[in-house]
Design a protein. Structure first.
Lengths: 91, 654
């Protein structure tokens, strides 16, 4: 009984993890997802700029930024977003 | 669950860490996704074996298996179960395994979180984390193995037991939270290294680590506050911070981490300070490793340093390796790290942030210098010169007050530049508030740093109030909402901003508490039953003194009745004098300990210590301290935690 317990322990805690680790090496070749990587990056950038626009609006609403700076910054951020959207559409 | 399984698990984890690094190196070379998957799973395998080893050690501690040296050293049959578990981080080898355990939790979360994101930074993040794990696996496998059998050639029937100072619930929580902070910075550090290697130093990597940095910062803050709480309630000297080397070891990375969590906002929003942020995260992570070294190497004598060992050279080699590799990498990537944008005005929020960052770093340097001065002086002149609290207070009180002022000034400045009109409008109310408080304090006779601290606290509170009021007003004007709805909306839509303000409020509360220290009073006296003594407007009468034996100690308990000057009853205090391991036949192994009792209000604490007993003549030696405003420090801590949780709370798009 003790031997079974000991072997069971070895199989569960030491052999199973090894099988789990080496299993991907027996899979067929997986294609690289470079395209997916850049799409993800651009989407995250877009999200970041949307947030910045919202925060800029908040600063403007509470009077922490003057009108000309607000317009200038907003236009710059909008320009960045449109460039990202163009890139995303081309992918 | 045999101890040998623990050793094997640690060996396998070490082997897996080498394989993880090799596999992911190969992946970076040939781009075969199968290798990336294998590397990820190998890294999960390291974590699995570390978890296994940790659980085996915890099980052995609970089972009191004194065949293991570590179990015999830090527990005994009398040790309560909760402290048997906390003995896991009481000694050197156990605490290093515990460090590794937490790092493995973080590594597992990072891998699982980014599995579906195809994050290009991930391979190097995993390599960096695996190298850090490898370092700790070398220590736990080959230098200080927690599963080492007991040296004795006889059956060990009982262990040494846990240090009585560590037999405290706070002490059972404080090290894990501190470690969660220390270890947490491995993740942003891993992302920083990966961003440099991948030449992806845009604000995107910052976005990946902002929450991780805040989580690590939160745990480090909680760990430091709990450490102060433990020192205050357990060590019996009446304070919560003594500029002890080990306290400083946690405070230094906290300072640079605080600078970092501020300056990443600039990179995220303005794509500035790329180099500065890299420097800050490298220094923060290095200081976290250095902090572990200070606690665990025995190089500094400290009330918190429970171990002494020869780990020093290994840790120092690792610390220098981290710095050489990281700063070397920064040098080779200097062109990628160059920001395209520049500061436009001195009166901008960006420059406010940068100035606050510099002050944090200066403070960190001052603490570093003071902490290591004994080591430097011994190395250079052969004599160990220790600098005590007066040095640290003299340097850090003015710096701390400047930081407090900046906490108020920063939010009032606009991004890019602050026009004269906005400057006057934003600063008028907070400055007037601060001045009114200063004048009132001067009128009641207070002088010096106390007045500055309280009035700056008022200034910052006014700033925070102004920011909330303006936000609510703007929201109400735009959407016609009630005050409560507008408050909820502005906070929920701008969590990091308003969460940050709440954290600032917590800091103000803590400064109020720190300032209260200037008014502390104390007195030491002896009392027989029925006698009384007078301290700071309170009368202390010894009603009775009793004795009792508990499972792991013997105690004398005093019953002190406290009344005020008018004779009105205030409270009863029961400080105890304890002898741990009292049944040990060797008197040198018995450990005396004073368990204090505190009566707390928001205004002041009455702190009683039973410092000695003459049982033959029934005389108790009592020390009383009246410490004003200490509760403000702990309340500030709660507010700080709450604010950070608000800032961390995920948005819908996350």
């Amino acid at each position: 009984m003790d031997i079974i317990k000991e072997y069971g322990f070895i199989i569960i805690f030491f052999i199973m993890p090894v099988i789990f680790v080496i299993q991907p090496l027996f899979l067929p070749m997986i294609e690289e997802k470079k395209n997916q990587l850049s799409v993800d990056g651009l989407k995250r950038k877009k999200l970041l700029i949307y947030r910045q626009i919202k925060e800029l609006e908040m600063d403007h609403d509470i009077g922490n930024i003057n009108e000309s700076d607000y317009k200038l910054s907003r236009e710059a951020l909008k320009q960045d977003v449109s460039e990202i959207i163009t890139k995303l559409n081309s992918l | 669950m045999t101890p040998i399984a623990g050793s094997v698990a640690l060996n396998l984890a070490f082997g897996f860490s080498i394989l993880t690094v090799l596999t992911l190196f190969l992946y970076n070379k040939n781009g075969d996704e199968r290798l990336f998957l294998t590397g990820q799973r190998l890294a999960l395998g390291i974590s699995f074996f570390v978890f296994l080893a940790t659980f085996i050690l915890a099980y052995q501690l609970v089972q009191s298996n004194f065949d293991i040296d570590y179990v015999a050293r830090y527990t005994s049959l009398e040790t309560p179960v909760v402290y048997k578990i906390s003995a896991l981080w009481a000694g050197q080898s156990g605490s290093l395994l515990f460090w590794l355990f937490i790092l493995s939790i973080y590594t597992t979360i990072v891998i699982l979180q980014n599995q579906q994101k195809h994050n290009s930074l991930m391979p190097w993040v995993i390599i960096t984390l695996a190298i850090v794990q490898m370092f700790f696996l070398v220590l736990t496998n080959y230098v200080t193995n927690p599963f080492k059998p007991t040296d004795a050639d006889f059956i060990v029937s009982n262990g040494n037991g846990l240090n009585p100072l560590l037999q405290n619930v706070t002490m059972a929580i404080h090290p894990p939270t501190l470690y969660l902070g220390y270890v947490g910075f491995s993740v942003p550090f891993g992302f920083a290294i990966s961003a440099m290697i991948n030449r992806d130093t845009s604000p995107l990597w910052i976005q990946s680590i902002r929450r991780w940095s805040l989580v690590a910062w939160l745990f480090l803050s909680i760990g430091i506050i709990l450490g102060g709480w433990w020192a205050y309630r357990e060590l019996g000297w009446g304070g919560y911070w003594a500029w002890d080397p080990v306290e400083n070891a946690s405070f230094m990375p906290w300072l640079t981490a605080t600078a970092f969590v501020h300056s990443i906002i600039i990179q995220e929003k303005k794509d500035m300070l790329r180099v500065w942020n890299m420097v800050l995260i490298i220094i923060t992570f290095t200081l976290c490793i250095f902090g572990t070294f200070l606690t665990r190497s025995g190089v500094m004598s400290s009330v918190h340093s429970f171990t002494g060992s020869s780990l020093g050279p290994i840790f120092l080699t690792f610390v220098f390796s981290i710095m050489i590799v990281s700063f070397g990498m920064m040098y080779f990537r200097r062109n990628d790290l160059r920001s395209t944008k520049k500061m436009e005005s001195f009166t901008s929020r960006e420059s406010g942030f940068l100035f606050n960052n510099m002050i944090f770093v200066v403070m960190c340097f001052a603490v570093f210098w003071g902490t290591l001065f004994p080591v430097f002086s011994e190395a250079i002149r052969g004599t160990k010169i220790t600098v005590g609290p007066p040095f640290f207070n003299q340097i850090n009180i003015p710096i701390g007050l400047i930081l407090l002022a900046l906490t108020g000034i920063g939010p009032l400045l606009a991004w890019r530049k602050t026009g004269k009109k906005i400057l006057i409008r934003n600063f008028t109310f907070p400055i007037i508030t601060g001045l009114i408080v200063a004048i009132l304090l001067l009128i009641i006779g207070l002088r010096g740093a106390v007045v500055i601290s309280f009035s700056l606290g008022a200034f910052v509170t006014a700033t925070i109030t102004t920011e909330f009021t303006r936000g609510i007003q703007a929201r109400r004007k735009k959407f016609n909402e009630s005050i409560i709805t507008a408050l909820i909306k502005i906070v929920s839509k701008n969590r990091s901003r308003y969460g940050g303000y709440v954290v600032h409020l917590g800091i103000v509360f803590m400064f109020v508490g720190f300032t209260g220290h200037a008014f502390d009073q104390e007195k030491e006296f002896s009392l027989k039953v029925g006698e009384s003594n007078h301290v700071a407007g309170y009368n202390f009468k010894l009603i009775q003194m009793s004795e009792t034996e508990r499972p792991n100690h013997y105690a004398w308990i005093s019953d002190l009745r406290v009344t005020n000057d008018e004779g009105k009853f205030v409270t009863n205090l029961h400080p105890e004098k304890r002898i741990y391991f009292h049944r040990n036949p060797d008197p040198n192994r018995r450990q005396p300990h004073s368990e204090l009792d505190i009566y707390t209000t928001m205004n002041r604490d009455i702190y009683s210590i039973f410092s000695g007993v003459d049982s033959e003549n029934s005389v108790a030696f009592i020390k009383i301290m009246v410490n004003p405003l200490v509760q403000w420090v702990w309340l500030g801590g709660y507010i700080l935690v709450f604010g950070t949780i608000v800032a961390l709370w995920p948005r819908k798009d996350q």
